[in-house]
Design a binder for this molecule. Structure first.
Ligand code: UGA
Length: 422
């Protein structure tokens, strides 16, 4: 078993560290925030992530994980060094490598000989070489090992992935990284670093394309009178298309898809290829926010009171970054809507949209509302008491941005139901 330093304890770093410890490795996780380090060492998990708390607790108990302040402290004792720092979107659309370069500069002088530095952060094509240059160590190899973790199911995605991708010019280092995943039941693919980095961006951009395509088909379904739920079911039986990632919605979001799709368009542009197709994928997504908001605005009465269910970018997470729900509500608020919102994972006002009143009860959210907007696919919304919802609401309009609720049941209770693409 290996000793692995993980630099950065965001959702990727924390999941990576905890899962490697779960697989039996010795893991040292480093962060620059002393408060966060102390909390993690006490077993307090700052994010909502299924199963994470349990495996961190187990690893702490078995002394297979520790949390330390600063990358130096972790890296001077490890054989593998996973860089899991943020790569936010820079002003020009490209990913900002400040944190990555700073981490590499910090650990370069303390790395034990023959260590392997692994890029897990989503970084522009060519970054593996940038890290190698900043490290300035000819005895240390740099490998790309992109993450394909979905928030909310990240632990399961790590332990049961569809594939593990390793990009390296150094075959021996690639084999050493592959060995870390010995207990993971998945194909391990070894390629060069540039290809590995491209696989990550191409995968996210392809999935985003799939969703924009489905949302465009949903719009078409509304125009021609088809039901998109049946259309995607019929498409998904074709194994070349597949059933997953075909759910229409209010638009797609999160901390990865928008950032990575924009970044890939930028990477292409810098490389001399105008990837205009990707810009269209992004434009269709903006249109989807607009169209969903227009449905809510059209159903608002004179008082403009809107009850919203769902604020996070998808169910199973408390993450609000680039949330389609917030994009839609921004438009509703701009059109004069007065929004009260409920989300099971959100317990305070929204920094980005303070005009929205956040309440802690789904029935309170619809009090006096002329329209109910469902914007995140939390399963619990399906099982609420719609007689009570009806009593609380002033109007009877429902805009179901996730095609989540039972249309027949709502129609029977006198609601006017509008979904997406049906
Ligand atoms: C995404 C990828 O799915 C991961 O493979 C990748 O590792 C990760 O980004 C990353 O780059 O770190 P995540 O951002 O957690 O994961 O979110 P997804 O589950 O992919 O959902 C993204 C958006 O698409 C959400 O707004 C979601 O509601 C929407 N979506 C997803 C749909 O509208 N319909 C679907 O059928 C699926």
């Amino acid at each position: 078993m290996a000793t692995i330093a993980v630099i950065g304890t965001g959702y990727v770093g924390l999941t990576t560290g905890a899962c490697f410890a779960h697989l039996g490795h010795d893991v040292i996780c480093a962060d620059i925030d002393p408060d966060k380090v102390a909390r993690l060492q006490a077993g307090e998990i700052p994010i909502v992530e299924a199963g994470l708390e349990r495996i961190v607790e187990e690893a702490l108990r078995d002394n297979r994980i520790q949390f330390v302040l600063g990358a130096t402290e972790a890296s001077r004792r490890a054989e593998f060094h996973y860089l899991c720092v943020p790569t936010p979107q820079g002003d020009d659309g490209a990913a900002d490598l400040t944190y990555l370069e700073a981490a590499a500069a910090e650990i370069g002088p303390v790395l034990p000989a023959d260590s392997v530095v692994v890029n897990k952060s989503t970084v522009p094509v060519g970054s593996t070489r940038v890290v190698a240059r900043v490290l300035g160590r000819s005895d240390v190899s740099v490998v790309s090992n992109p993450e394909f973790l979905r928030e909310g199911t990240a632990v399961d995605d790590f332990l049961n992935p569809d594939r593990v991708v390793i990009g390296s010019d150094d075959q021996e280092a690639a084999i050493r990284v592959a060995a870390l995943y010995q207990k993971v039941p998945a194909p391990i693919m070894v390629t060069d670093p540039v290809s590995a980095e491209t696989i990550k961006y191409a995968s996210n951009a392809f999935l985003a394309t799939k969703l924009s395509f489905v949302n465009a088909i949903a719009t078409l379904c509304e125009k021609v009178g088809a039901d998109v739920n049946d259309v995607v079911l019929g498409m998904g039986y074709d194994t070349r298309i597949g059933k997953q990632f075909l759910k229409p919605g209010p638009g797609w979001g999160g901390s990865c898809f928008p950032k990575d799709t924009i970044a890939l368009a930028r990477i292409a542009e810098d490389a001399g290829y105008d990837f205009s197709f990707l810009r269209q994928v992004l434009a269709v997504n903006d249109e989807q926010f607009d169209r969903t908001a227009e449905k809510v605005i059209a159903a608002m009465g004179p008082d403009g009171v809107v009850g919203a269910w769902g604020l996070t970018f998808k169910a199973g997470t408390d993450d609000l970054r680039m949330s389609p729900a917030i994009e839609v509500l921004k438009r509703v608020v701009a059109a004069g809507g007065r929004v009260r919102a409920y989300d099971p994972a959100v317990h305070k006002a929204l920094d980005e949209l303070p005009e929205v009143e956040v309440v802690q009860d789904p029935y309170a959210a619809v009090e006096g509302a002329e329209v109910l907007a469902v914007l995140t696919e939390w399963d619990e919304f399906r099982w609420l008491d719609f007689d009570k919802v009806s009593e609380n609401m002033a109007g009877r309009a429902v805009v179901d941005g996730r095609n989540l609720l039972d249309r027949a049941l709502l129609t029977r209770r006198g609601f006017t139901y509008r979904g997406i693409g049906r």
